[in-house]
Design a protein around this ligand. Sequence first.
Ligand code: FES
Length: 580
Amino acid sequence: MPSLLSVNVGMPTNVPWQGRTIYTGVWKYPVHGPVMARRLNLDGDGQGDTAGHGGEQRAVLVYQIDSYRYWQRHLGRDDLEYGQFGENLTVDGLADDEVCIGDRYRIGEAEFEVTQPRVTCYRVGLRMGEPSLPALLVSHHRPGFYMRVLREGRIQAGEDVIKIASGPGELSVAEADALLYLPDRDIEKLHRAVRIPAMSPGWLSSFRGLLAAAEHEGTAAETGKGEPAWEGFKGLRVAAVVQETATVRSIQLAAPDGSRLPPARGGQHLTLRVPGAGDPAPIRSYSLSSATGDGRYRISVKHEPRGLASTYLTTKLRPGALVDVAAPRGDFVLHPGTAPVLLVSAGIGLTPVLAMLHELSASRSEREVWWIHSARSAQEHPLAAEAHALVGSLPHAREFIFYSAAAPTSKTAGGGIVHGRLSKEAVIALGVPHDATAYVCGPASFMTDAKDALSAAGVDPSAVHTELFGAMSAITPGLREHSGRRPHQPPGPPDTGPVVTFARSGISTPFPETGSSLLELAEACDVPVRWSCRTGVCHTCVTSLLTGDVAYGTTPLEAPADGEVLICCARPDSDVVLDM
Ligand code: FES
């Protein structure tokens, strides 16, 4: 009979890590006597990063003593104590390859249900002093698992763990973990995984995505995650330059030989290397403002007084010039379906959603479409007539234009020009449909406000998709402080390694002699980064590699697709350009 060896709890605290501060609850310690297991937590327990840990589906983390013994041998450690793997319950029995998602157990007065394997996260490696542990837990098939609390009650070390029901689907914790994180997925198991009612919604959604990708060839094109149309950069000719406002120019790009360029999706972006704008030529990314399949691409660039590339593109670039362009990329694209579409933008952030509006118009979409844009004034509102005409071409579309520099009015009914800010109250007053899918682009503060406003207006936050103008939004679980600084050169004198270019952030810098990963270099430059495990397992850090070669220090458990790199464990082998 399996038994409960130890109940471990710990509240989150600030922990120093690589010169930064992490707020984490991974330090758990044994409790003597009974402990109340509640729907969200054990009494006395807490999590620092509730986006990644805790909550109803992940109320209790379980790890078995047999795995302790295994790691003692594997890591040559004799100092492991209960709670060391961040688990709440240390158990004898309940091996990961025997326990199935949906299994139910009674311990003391409480009842539990298994919901998912452990979340792969760097913090268990931090706790153990073994940075590679997140990858080892997956590759050695010993992750541990989470349970939800079905019936609250007291539990205590020494009690039996009694199985009261078997999960339908018979998918073990080790199988579920491998299904998400390891290559060569078994489609039959994916089918089983998505039918298990107890599977946590987060893992269910990941499995559904994997199943869709495996089964539908069209998915790559629909999601924008397909192979880029060409590798690296190729020369495109400037076919036309149009002054849209005093500060915004549209640039049309065509193949030099007159052939049609491969189609792109509305919402995707191009990365340009701009000879003539500097030495070395600066590399920057710009959203397509039109991608209607006419065999040409169009970007619309705002002049930034201190921007090397934008100044050149908006003042000096002439038709006939050649620029180096990487293929369209990005998964900020329209999702298929019939739900209403909200296209929400501010300033020059209108470009990707304008390309989506083109796409909807070109396909004669019957969907309900709301075009909501904020500009300072009509004079600073590029492509207004074009967007207005596109809205007019759709049978169920309306537009709301907010001019923030004008005196406020409350006129919103029926659409048109609204004088005043696109505030939360204004968004609520529009009466947007609650079942809409929203696509939002603009400066960072606008994005935050717009997401809040749409949520307050009744739109499901999971249906709000954003494209941070410029760099991507960061994912840095548990990190306490954000510098808030714009991307910059790393501290210290320049090094002599291969040049790393962060294209969206406009930074090029040599890789340091002593550097360990592209991720750490990006962090030193305050380039927004995304990561979770930092050991090549979770793919949170996956980034498009526009040009160049990399080598992996730690081999990823599943290699990224061609043209992508896991920056947490990669170093450059040559000059590289990254889409970040
Ligand atoms: S952060 Fe998990 S693979 Fe890089």
